[in-house]
Design a protein around this ligand. Sequence first.
Ligand code: PRX
Length: 650
Amino acid sequence: MPDIESLLKEKRIFKPNSDFARQANWNKKTVREYRALGAKNPQRFWAKMARENVSWFTPFKKVLDWKPPFAKWFIGGKLNVSYNCLDRHLEGENAWRRNKAAIIWEGEPGDTRTLTFGDLHREVCKFANVLKARGVKKGDRVALYMPMIPELAIAVLACTRIGAPHSVVFGGFSAEALRDRIDDAGAKLVVTADGGYRRGSPHALKPAVDEALEGTDIVGSVVVVERTGQATKMKAGRDFWWHDLMDEASAVCAPAKLDAEHPLFILYTSGTTGKPKGILHTTGGYLTHVTTTSKAIFDLKDEDTYWCTADIGWITGHSYVIYGPLACGATTLMYEGVPTYPAPDRLWDIIERHRVTIFYTAPTAIRTFIRLGDEHPKKHDMSSLRLLGTVGEPINPEAWMWYHRVIGGKRCPIVDTWWQTETGGILITPLPAAVDTVPGSATLPFPGIDAEVYTEEGDPTTPPAGGYLVIRKPWPGMLRGIWGDSARFKETYWSQYDNTYFAGDGAHRDKRGYFWIMGRIDDVMNISGHRIGTMEVESALVSHADVAEAAVVGRPDEITGTAIVAFVTPKSGVEAGGDLNAALRMHVTKQIGAIAKPAEIRFTDALPKTRSGKIMRRLLRDIAGGKEAMGDTSTLEDYSVLARLRESDE
Ligand code: PRX
């Protein structure tokens, strides 16, 4: 892994700012204490967090039951996530939050809605009753395919209220991708909208649901939110308007008292094979993890207006738009549209108008804004900001510095947070009052998290050194499995090293012990902070009638981090060229969604393979990245293939 050996030589260090440190939820002393406890007895640390940050109907009796790779946390405990996010802010000493904004929402056309904790509670109870009336019971799965509108948050919380695990499918995925996810989870009901706004115009969502449901009968009902008002076909007896059902629903719905290990949600993510994995998270551990990290890392206070720009269709949206912030009683902002519409300053304008205090986004967005120019943020008063965060991919030190200077006005700490869909919540991160930051490094593991860098053989390394990022002890927010596939769960995460979680990322640790995440080391690409499996795109390509074979690799891209390059061998007699190129890009969009559309397609009459028939991706990566294919080619089956691929480059 030559990349991992290349030590980033970053000398700039930023100490926590003393004004910030003075008021922080977790100050230096707290962090020192929790680090010590977390190292000595992680179970005791997490039990303390679970008691302090989460409300339980029945206290847990045992902290952890660990039969690798299967963990159960907070055994015997009973709780409800929607109760923690809503009801407890309406009772006792917190009752004043009833009229505090829970969600401040802004639509792309500029319309806004504010839901107080009281409002949100009422809507969630009503929708929970709608779900029940449509026959959804505890344990039944509900699929959500929606734009970023408040109804998505309401639907998610309503599912948790009755113990129906949700599966949110990102609204940018295609009908085919939606169908796969509905089938795999066995969803009984789908919530969608007529459409949503993107780049100034409404785009339809409901037709994709109709297409996805053709030929399946597992879904009994579809609930449709009217967002855009566009003409929408409704199937009698199956499809219902959200507002019609809500009109009749009662606003009284007691939260189900759920077991700590009751399934909370499934969220699909890419792996190295073509089939997405349904990552399963459960109730008590997940909530403990996201609530504790929100409070400690984002320093959430009642006065904050917190904004995480992620779509709820991704894990970041689950954990840090909805669950973590709302469980902390914080105000969370949701924005529906694209960040550059109607002008490149949309985000900064939102920050100024809503006086956002904490802002959490992805490096790819930061790089886009750097390119658009400093004049856009400079037009706005962003003095309300007090903390910044990043997530999803490594941030290059220069982008970090720009974020610090231009957005943070040199006064805001930056938390570069490393985690994954599988980890549920943040695992490696600065704590803003206590950890010196270095641009480009996610710094240190959160208290209670035992992260290490291993050699290929499974030996811990001594910093400075690079290798494979692993987590050696279970943590409360960890995935509990892959929906319906425990063999794949064991194979993917637990087969590399004994009883140790293998994250699939390479990492380097510097002399200070700080972690530098180097990115995926498997066949998963990180496009704009979203994981796409090379195999997924390959299977989409070869499902096209004109394609014989395809290999997909990533090449570095200034804005998106990685761009998808596809090497395609057409079937004999098919003419390779512009038409096929356009057709294939469209085909991938239809199969998976625009996010997986190759940036570049190269046609070739053969792919480089080893004698055993394995495609030599390393060579393709070099060619796609414009590097001379220097690696070992001794096992290459047909040398001329390489030469021809290189020629196609010219
Ligand atoms: O490669 C790492 C990268 O994103 C992957 C996880 O992707 P996903 O499950 O979609 O979740 C993204 C949001 C949590 C990781 O395996 N990644 C995530 N955060 C960082 C990162 N790489 C470097 N630095 C980060 N802060």
